[in-house]
Structures are given as C-alpha cells and as structure tokens.
Design a protein around this ligand. Structure first.
Ligand SMILES: *[C@@H]1O[C@H](CO)[C@@H](O)[C@H](O)[C@H]1NC(C)=O
Ligand SMILES: [Ca+2]
Length: 256
C-alpha cells in the first residue's frame, strides 16, 4: 500500500485509499482461517503419513489423598506466661504464745465523784422510842410516844407497832424501868409473843427489866411490846429522869 502511494491531487486520492483499505481487510481474514487449522493438528508423524486427529480424552479422576506426614520436631520452649490471679485467703493460723506481762502502769487520774446511791437510803430502817407516861394499859400494844429516832417512820406512835417495810433480819431491844408493881412484858411479832421478860418488883426500890432478840421479818410484819397478865404485872414506869425504851433496826436486808 505504501508502495502505491503516489501523488494524486484532490478527490481521487481519497477514493483510491478506500479501495485499497477494503482489499487489505479481506486478505487478512483468509490468513486467520489458515492459522486455526494449523493449531488443531498434532505434531506430524514421519512414520504414519496417513494419520488423522481424534477426539481429545476426558481428564482423569483425582487421586486418593496421601498418608499423613511424620510428626515435626519439637518447637522451641515458649516465653514465660503472665502471673495467675491471687488465690482465696487462707485459714487463720494458731494463736501465738502468751507474751510476758508488761510493767506496771502509772496510776490513773481519780474519777469524778459518783451520784448518791439510792440503795443506801432505801435499806434504812431504825427507830428508838420511850415511854412518855406511866399509864400503860395491859394486853394491848404499849405506845411509846417519846421519839429518840424514827426517821423512816416505820414505828407508829399512835398504835405502838413497828411496821416492816424492808424484808430482812432485825434487832430489837427494850429497857424497862419497873416501879410499884411487877412487870411481865412480851415482844410480839404478828400477834404472837416471841420474847418474855419478867421482873418482880421489890418494895421501896426501882427495878429494870430488859430483853433483846434478832428476828427475820417479811414485808408487812409488825412488831410491838405488850404487857401480858393482869394489872398486877403492869409496873412499867417512866419519868423525866427514868426512861423505859424500845429500840429496833434493820441488821441485814434480804438479797434475793
Ligand atoms: C428516878 O431516878 C432518880 C435518880 O436519877 C431518882 O431520884 C428518882 O427517885 C427516880 N424516880 C423514881 C420514881 O424512883
Ligand atoms: Ca426486881
């Protein structure tokens, strides 16, 4: 084509190029067909000139998997791992041996004065009384109206009886001046004579009769002095300078 390229003025040159282009294209197509035929042919065999190409066979089946290989050699020792979690708390250990006693400490500061206790007042019971006149009546409680001590008022001057407000052990005593007549006197507890005292009066004289006793009293028990017998044994006497007294007090209160 390039060899035919000569100078042709104007429109004629274009027409000639188109014709040549068509001719070249058809020639190329024939050449391609010839090449495909050649590819299908197996290599030529010199000894068998009349041999013809057959149909290609199918691909073979996959083979059976091979056996496992031998174990590999041991690898290198790995790096040390991270520390594990903290375990649970262990059991308490046995008690230690008692240590040696320490030195004596310094004396402490004295404490404050305590409040007054109530018991000291509650457990008080005492009386001491005397005759105010010599006109005592027999067979009834003797009324001692001369008061030496009767802070708790457990002795009743109007009845002549001591009234137990605190159960416990009590001490009682009496000192009687005897004048003009004999004296028979008893100490009573709950309407029962517990203690007896007798003094025989001597004429133109002045006698004393006395007695003392410990008695356990329950709450509400009453104790008093009383003349037993008749008017002949009613020689109790008292004046400004000769007393007849009756005394009692709590020795121990019950603790139960
Ligand atoms: C009482 O005692 C006094 C002595 O202190 C005596 O003088 C007086 O006579 C006594 N009373 C009686 C009634 O004896
Ligand atoms: Ca006597």
């Amino acid at each position: 084509m390039w060899g035919l390229q000569v100078w042709i003025p104007g429109r004629r040159m274009l027409l000639l190029q188109a014709a040549l282009l068509i001719l070249a294209h058809s020639s190329y197509g024939q050449s391609t067909m010839a090449e495909e035929a050649v590819v299908l042919q197996p290599p030529a065999k010199e000894s068998c000139p009349g041999w013809m190409a057959g149909i290609p066979g199918h691909p073979g089946h996959n083979g059976v998997p091979g056996r496992d290989g031998r174990d590999g050699a041991h690898g290198e020792k790995g790096e040390k791992g991270d520390p594990g979690l903290i375990g649970p708390k262990g059991d308490a250990g046995d008690g230690g041996v008692t240590g040696v006693g320490g030195p004596r400490g310094f004396p402490g500061v004295p404490g404050r004065k305590g409040e007054p206790g109530e018991s000291a007042h509650v457990y008080r019971s005492a009386f001491s009384v005397g005759l105010s006149n010599k006109d005592t009546v027999p067979n009834v409680p003797i009324r001692f109206t001369k008061i030496f001590y009767n802070q708790q008022n457990h002795y009743d001057g109007t009845t002549g009886k001591f009234h137990c407000n605190i159960p416990g052990l009590y001490y009682f005593s009496y000192h009687i001046t005897v004048y003009l007549k004999d004296v028979k006197v008893s100490l009573y507890k709950k309407d029962k004579a517990m203690l007896f005292t007798y003094d025989k009066y001597q004429e133109m004289d002045l006698d004393q009769a006395s007695g003392s006793v410990l008695l356990h009293l329950e709450l509400g028990d009453e104790v008093w002095l009383q003349v037993y017998g008749n008017e002949d044994h009613n020689g109790l006497y008292a004046d400004n300078v000769n007393d007849s007294t009756f005394t009692g007090f709590l020795l121990y209160h019950d603790t139960n």
